[in-house]
Design a protein around this ligand. Structure first.
Ligand code: BLA
Length: 293
């Protein structure tokens, strides 16, 4: 499919309008050199948007328009630290033939270990996942570490890039984003400082993971160069990684420790696994427990 007429802009537009209908967005400043960028080869443009709102610490979007051959969306929304509702996560990497899709309400706390968290935020959403299970099937084996950051309603899929699939994805995105807004609206403020501290650490750990290991980084580096990519990652996409806590990536993920003290550059230590969806229709984890010991 020629992607020239295809864009993820309308997804972002929808999300911002829908948020604005329910709360008040205010812009967050974006560093000048990250506002609108052109790739080094001149073939792609990168657009960034950044907002906050009551209950929402950061809602931000990076879209990459790469003409007929590539379109990318990295859209995320993070709660204020007094709240423990999930992080909205939409990552779509589309070439003229294939789209790699991750769409989820990423849990702040491991939804397999913390059953109360799962009950609170996902029990009522399981039908939502089922609605799209056939159209957006499980995308085969995945980096095992990612599972800890995914919820039982995650959509992980690899689909052909077709106009029909684009419409399916748009419908799914809208439903998931509306579900996230409902979670946000219902969420109650932490009753004590300890909960806020835990929420903060949970977000920091998530940011530390993604700032170091997100699969999009190598491509981002190729597009805009090592230094700008680093700024984009640490100061925009995963903003908070250098301010919400003092723990390092290796404090959270010591299994990546190399003998010389550096971070193992491999994306995964455990490797890829989960050929099929590791949750049942009720959201019960049915994969191997190796990850969760
Ligand atoms: C691939 N992106 C992937 C894959 C996942 C994700 C799971 C499949 C490969 C794998 O198993 O790791 C996304 N992984 C996530 C997300 C989380 C996670 C969202 O753990 C959250 C916790 N993707 C982007 C951007 C680009 C991009 C901005 O979001 C490019 C600039 C590209 N993603 C991209 C590419 C691949 C990919 C090129 C395929 C390459 C590969 O598998 O290494």
């Amino acid at each position: 499919m020629d992607l020239s007429a295809f864009s993820y802009q309308k997804f972002v537009q929808f999300a911002l309008e829908e948020t604005q209908r329910r709360t008040t967005l205010s812009p967050r400043p974006i560093q000048e050199n990250l506002k609108c960028l052109r790739s080094k080869d001149g073939n792609a443009t990168l657009h960034t948007l950044s907002f906050k709102a009551p209950k929402i610490r950061h809602i931000r979007s990076l879209s990459i328009e790469g003409g007929p051959s590539m379109q990318v969306l990295d859209f995320a929304a993070f709660p204020e630290l007094k709240f423990d509702f999930p992080i909205f996560c939409a990552n779509f990497f589309t070439t003229s033939t294939l789209s790699i899709i991750v769409l989820d309400l990423n849990p702040l706390y491991d939804a397999t270990l913390q059953r109360d968290y799962k009950e609170k935020y996902y029990r009522s959403l399981m039908p939502l996942y089922q609605k799209y299970a056939e159209l957006l099937p499980w995308g085969d084996k995945i980096t095992s570490e990612s599972l800890k950051f995914f919820s039982p309603i995650v959509i992980w899929s690899k689909i052909n890039s077709t106009p029909q699939n684009y419409e399916v994805l748009y419908a799914t995105f809208k439903d998931y984003f509306k579900a996230w807004l409902v979670s946000m609206e219902l969420a109650m403020e932490a009753v004590n400082e300890m909960q806020t501290v835990c929420n903060c650490e949970a977000q920091h750990k998530y940011l530390a993971w993604r700032a170091e290991k997100d699969p999009g980084h190598p491509l981002l580096k190729r597009l805009i160069g090592e230094n700008l990519a680093r700024e984009m990652i640490r100061q925009f996409l995963f903003e908070g990684v250098d301010s919400l806590g003092t723990k390092t990536f290796l404090d959270y993920f010591p299994e990546y420790h190399c003998v010389d003290g550096s971070i193992n550059q491999k994306r995964s230590i455990i490797g890829k696994a989960y050929k099929t969806r590791p949750w049942d229709a009720g959201g019960e984890f049915i994969g191997s427990k190796v990850l969760f010991t």
